[in-house]
Write a protein that binds this ligand. Structure first.
Ligand SMILES: [Zn+2]
Length: 455
């Protein structure tokens, strides 16, 4: 009889979330944890229930077999073959057999633990005939306690022998690690732009910038080429947040991707925790993340000695319009990210809602050529001069900058009251709400004497 397997971190073959299949069959977005014991043939070894609960959905009549206990489903149990009518399949200390039929057409199946003489079935009180074992007949129970052996590890469904463990809630799948006992570990976070140790924004702002968040399992000790003895990638969310100068709030960066300019944000959520919505919703079809593709590249449990996953936000256009995310602008007043100082802050959150972060990175956006939008000259209680210079979006060219409708720079002041001038006020309004530049104003009198006004 095969003994029980208490699955450990070193037995994690594939974690929850996006995974690298390396050409193998399976879902790219793996909403489960795969376990197999490294280096031994674990077919027939007993899976131990991670939680107690009601038994449902033992599907013995299919190639791909599983058992659900409470919110957990354990699959690839037994083999792909289906026992013939009245016969059973045996694996390790377990038997898979249909319970006795009622009116000749019952389809319930039972998994019997011969060591403890327990028969699990969706219905309690049904009889299973097992000649030679457990007194030749056993009555079923539809519940399991935490720690009980429930089924043999197998390879049903045509996969190599392993346990695929799912956790469901309200019809959605989440990371079993929300409840499965595992070591709480620390993460390291790096935020970089391509070819740089620091964050560098490339211009013009019509250029697509990419930012990479790397989440490293600190102190991870590799076992073999793709496993770790002491850590597991249990992340739920990766966020790259932007804080505007003078604000306490953080926001996700908005961008667009693809030829149809679909909105995408710097918000990469896996739905590991049952409170988290999967974002973007197309993880299973989404290409792996790269400097040209928003998404994740899952190295952990995939590449030798790489104990991190990379999360890319690769659709950052700093000139994106503030209301229409499908548009770029050449006016600072229309920009979602106007020229000013910002802080970029990466955060990751694990399946148990533990947040990890580092100090933010200071960056300054400098996209637009500044201009004065209104100039007013007041003296002696009257307005001597006033000019409005309205923004002209024009054509957003790659190298364009903020334009104004009347590109004048000399403002002659001629007024008969000039000799009695007591006070002169010059008010200039600029569209940039920041201190990246200051207007420089010069006054010239009739004798060509200059006076400079610093603002
Ligand atoms: Zn799996």
């Amino acid at each position: 009889m095969g003994s029980s397997i208490h699955l450990q971190l070193k037995d994690v073959l594939s974690d929850y979330g996006v995974r690298n299949l390396h050409g193998q069959p399976g879902s790219k977005f793996h909403q489960a944890i795969d376990y197999s014991v490294y280096g031994i043939e674990d077919e027939g070894y007993a899976i131990v229930a991670v939680k107690g609960g009601t038994v449902s959905d033992i599907n013995g009549n299919r190639a791909y077999k599983g058992i659900t206990v409470g919110n957990y489903r354990y699959t690839h149990i037994f083999k792909s073959s289906v026992p013939k009518d009245g016969e059973f399949e045996k694996s390790g200390k377990f038997i898979l057999k249909q319970v006795e039929k009622v009116n000749g057409k019952d389809t319930y199946w039972s998994i019997i633990d011969l060591e403890h003489c327990r028969a699990f079935c969706e219905e309690s009180g049904r009889t299973v005939e097992i000649n030679g074992f457990c007194g030749n007949s056993i009555s079923t129970v539809n519940w399991v306690e935490e720690g009980w052996d429930i089924a043999p590890i197998g390879g049903s469904g045509g996969f190599p022998t392993h346990l695929h463990l799912e956790r469901s809630s309200s019809g959605k799948k989440h990371d079993p690690n929300q409840n499965v006992q595992h070591i709480s570990q620390d993460f390291g976070i790096e935020l970089t732009t391509k070819d740089n140790a620091n964050i560098t924004i490339k211009y013009p702002g019509t250029y697509r910038n990419a930012i990479r968040l790397r989440a490293t399992m600190k102190g991870g000790i590799p076992v073999g080429s793709d496993r770790f003895s002491n850590v597991t990638m249990n992340l739920d969310k990766a966020d790259i947040l932007l804080q505007r100068d003078g604000s306490n709030d953080y926001e996700h960066i908005v961008g667009y991707e693809g030829s149809d300019k679909t909105k995408i944000e710097s918000k990469l959520w896996l739905g590991a925790n049952y409170n988290t919505s999967i974002t973007p919703s197309d993880w299973d079809d989404r290409p792996y993340g790269s400097w040209t593709q928003t998404g994740t590249y899952p190295y952990a449990h995939s590449s030798p000695d790489k104990i991190y996953d990379d999360y890319f936000f690769s659709d950052f256009y700093t000139r994106i319009d503030k209301t229409d995310f499908k548009k770029l602008t050449d006016l600072p007043t229309n920009a979602r990210y106007n020229d000013r100082k910002y802080i970029l802050k990466p955060t990751i959150t694990n399946v148990r809602d533990v947040l990890y972060t580092v100090a933010g990175f200071n960056i300054t956006f400098d996209n637009f050529k500044p201009y004065l939008s209104r100039i007013t000259v007041n003296a002696n209680g009257g307005t001597l001069y006033e000019v409005e210079r309205s923004g002209n979006e024009g054509e957003v060219a790659t190298l364009d900058d903020g334009r104004v409708s009347n590109n004048i720079w000399d403002y002659p002041l001629r007024n008969p009251t000039w000799p009695s001038l007591q006070q002169l006020n010059i008010i200039a309004v600029r569209p940039n709400p920041c201190n990246l530049w200051k207007p420089h104003i010069e006054l010239k009198d009739q004798h060509n004497h200059f006076q400079t006004i610093e603002t």
